[in-house]
Each structure stands twice: as C-alpha cells, then as structure tokens.
Design a protein around this ligand. Structure first.
Ligand code: ZN
Length: 220
C-alpha cells in the first residue's frame, strides 16, 4: 500500500466529502510498507517511516554550517501536516502552532539522539514532549468508507505526533530507531525491515551515494 501524496489532493479528501474538516490519516494504514516509503513530498523528507522522526527532518542542514528552517510560516506547517498524511489541505495553522511544532521537533530530535547514545531522556526535552502530548491528541475517526482519519486542529495533530513519539521512544520499536549511516545525513528513521539491517534513510539517495563511493574506491 502506498501513502497518499500532497500532489493528489483528490485522494486526500476521498471518502469524506461534505465534511467541514475531513481529516485524512493514512500513515498508520501503511503498516509494514512504511519502511519502503522513502519519497520526498512537497519539499519535505518523509524517510523516517514515522511522523515524529519525519518532523525532525523539517530542520535541514543540522550537520552543516547553515541550518534551513522548513517550518518558517504557518503555511509551511499546514503543508507539512498535509504531506505527512496528518491533515487535509484546509487545515488552519497560526504562528503559535508553528512555535509548538518547532519546540516539539527539537525535543524529539534531542530525545532520539540521547536514546541512540544510550543516555537517559534529557529532562527539558522530555517535559516539552509530555506537555505537547497532554494537550489532547487529535482523535482517530472511522469514515463510512472504512478509512481512518484524524480530526481536530493543528495543535491536536501536533499532540498526536507527540503521542506517537512517546509510543515509539517508550516502546519496543525504539531499538529500531537509527540515524542514516551517511555521515553527512542527519535523517532519523525506524527500521521496520524483517532483517533489521537497514542503513540508509533512502536507498535512492544515501544508499546509492554510498554504493557509488564504494565502487570508486575499488576502482582506484
Ligand atoms: Zn540519509
């Protein structure tokens, strides 16, 4: 099963016509295929296989000198929520939601890196995560067509992401959270492959780059 993409607005609202805020949620339906989803959509990277990890990729250039903020404006957050499959295009975002999204993102980033380093969760990041999660998560709704959707405003959807982050970092899949092995790539992902040996955020991007570098090394 493939995930919806932002370039398919028709699919975003499929099955929920006539509702004021039909909120589509396909991520969980992707199930075991999540690890295969490496597509970049609408200028964002969705290589993490998990919305909390994908949120951390909205600040680019973490390993370089210049950071690139992809959630600069409320419209950016709305586009990300839609591209992530967490909202339909009519979702409304304001500057307060952008601030929460960035704070949540950096908290998740710090918590994942602490976990990867074998450290305890840093207090401040943990408190931010818990605080956002407590705000009341967007509820899942089942449509007449049997589709799972998310309802609620932007803050509730961010609370949903926070809850999913807690389920990931506090659950059995946390041992499958990885940073891409490409040294210059900061993307985090959850390795849901059967072998548990996934090394790259994207085979098409970082995996191939590594293969080419290996090939060149063998040639010289
Ligand atoms: Zn990578």
């Amino acid at each position: 099963m493939r995930l919806q993409t932002a370039s398919e607005p028709g699919n975003l609202s499929r099955g929920c016509q006539g509702r004021p805020d039909p909120l589509v949620f396909r991520w969980m339906q992707a199930g075991k295929d999540r690890e295969l989803e490496t597509t970049d959509r609408d200028g964002f990277r969705f290589r993490g296989g998990h919305p909390a990890l994908d949120l951390t990729a909205t600040l680019q250039g973490r390993l370089k000198d210049s950071l690139r903020e992809l959630l600069a404006e409320p419209e950016d957050l709305a586009r990300w929520l839609v591209a992530a499959g967490l909202a339909s295009p009519d979702i409304a975002c304001d500057p307060a939601a952008v601030r929460v999204a960035r704070e949540l993102r950096e908290a998740i980033h710090q918590l994942v890196h602490a976990h990867l380093a074998g450290s305890r969760p840093p207090d401040r990041a943990r408190k931010v995560l818990n605080q956002v999660a407590r705000r009341g998560s967007a509820p899942r709704q089942l449509t007449a067509d049997g589709e799972a959707l998310l309802a609620g405003d932007a803050l509730q959807r961010l609370a949903f992401v926070a809850n999913e982050a807690i389920a990931l970092l506090g659950g059995t899949d946390r041992g499958r959270v990885r940073k891409c092995e490409n040294e210059g790539c900061a993307v985090l992902f959850v390795d849901l492959s059967r072998s548990g040996a996934r090394r790259w955020c994207s085979m098409a991007a970082c995996g191939n780059r590594h293969k080419v570098a290996e090939f060149r090394r063998r040639q010289t």
